[in-house]
Design a protein around this ligand. Structure first.
Ligand SMILES: Nc1ncnc2c1ncn2[C@@H]1O[C@H](COP(=O)(O)OP(=O)(O)OP(=O)(O)O)[C@@H](O)[C@H]1O
Ligand SMILES: [Mg+2]
Length: 257
């Protein structure tokens, strides 16, 4: 696979040799390479996050953002072939998705996966059938009053924004240490986006670490501490979220904003 050569003028991720030992990081990804069958998609991504930080993972359509989240959550596809993933000193790279979930990784996919035929409350309770448990229903309803009002409503009849809230709430019903949000604002009106942003801020205050993938890069960057931009499965920028907001060239080249 050809390596990119045109990114030399950008602040590219520091080499892995300059990074801390991944066992000492709260969350660390080291040079992961993942494939769908023979399609080589995630081509050497490294990340570091401290506890409670929010990372905006950005890039063009098809850059490999969803694939990176899926690899971190240890979903079967794409298949991780080399590289390491560590959360709180525990390795994830040698685990399966259910084990990654037990260790605190919760992926909220783009399609939200609300379970049909179940009420809001039943959807939440289903997250609590297996240990380790996270928030109790009461606490969830305190943070998500809209869900409290609709607890007896069928989950799939919720509005898009409410379904997104339910998907995030379901992750909190597990013992989440690393929350992976794939395009949480997709298709939502600005006022609902603000509600979700508020929830993500509350989650941050509680010390939960979040990676947010968003097409709405400005919204994600305003919320985030750190930013990583990927292109063709590689990191082309790694730095402070605010710096990306201030860097017009970078935004033009990789984010089209
Ligand atoms: N199941 C799959 N099998 C083969 N290739 C796939 C599969 N899923 C994704 N890809 C390819 O992997 C590449 C990265 O896709 P990915 O979904 O990770 O991108 P993305 O950055 O999330 O894009 P978007 O912003 O459009 O959601 C794309 O070229 C895509 O076509
Ligand atoms: Mg995607």
């Amino acid at each position: 696979m050809l390596k990119k050569t045109d990114a030399s003028d950008l602040q590219v991720a520091e080499p892995d040799s300059a990074r801390p030992d991944p066992r000492d990081s709260f969350f660390a990804v080291r040079d992961i390479h993942a494939y769908y069958g023979e399609s080589y998609i995630v081509q050497g991504i490294s990340l570091d996050l401290n506890e409670g930080e929010i990372l905006a993972l950005l890039g063009r359509n098809g850059a490999g953002k969803t694939s990176t989240l899926r690899t971190i959550a240890r979903v079967d596809d794409p298949q991780l072939r080399t590289g390491e993933i560590w959360l709180g000193g525990e390795s994830l790279h040698d685990k399966q998705s259910y084990q990654a979930a037990q260790l605190g990784v919760q992926l909220v996919p783009e399609d939200r996966r609300i379970i049909g035929g179940l009420t809001v409350e039943e959807n939440l309770m289903l997250s609590q059938v297996a240990e380790p448990l996270g928030w109790e229903l009461e606490r969830i309803y305190e943070h998500f009053p809209r869900l409290a009002e609709r607890r007896a409503q069928m989950g799939t009849t919720l509005s898009g924004g409410e379904q997104q809230m339910l998907a995030v709430a379901r992750a909190l019903a597990r013992d989440v240490k690393l929350l992976l949000l794939d395009e949480p604002y997709e298709g939502l009106a600005p006022v609902i986006v603000q509600e979700i942003e508020k929830i993500v801020r509350q989650i941050k205050e509680l010390g939960i670490t979040t990676i947010i993938v968003e097409q709405n890069a400005v919204a994600a960057l305003k919320l985030a501490d750190k930013a990583v931009i990927v292109d063709m499965g590689e990191v082309v920028y790694s730095g402070i979220a605010q710096d990306v907001l201030n860097d017009e060239d970078l935004r033009n080249e990789y984010l089209a904003i």
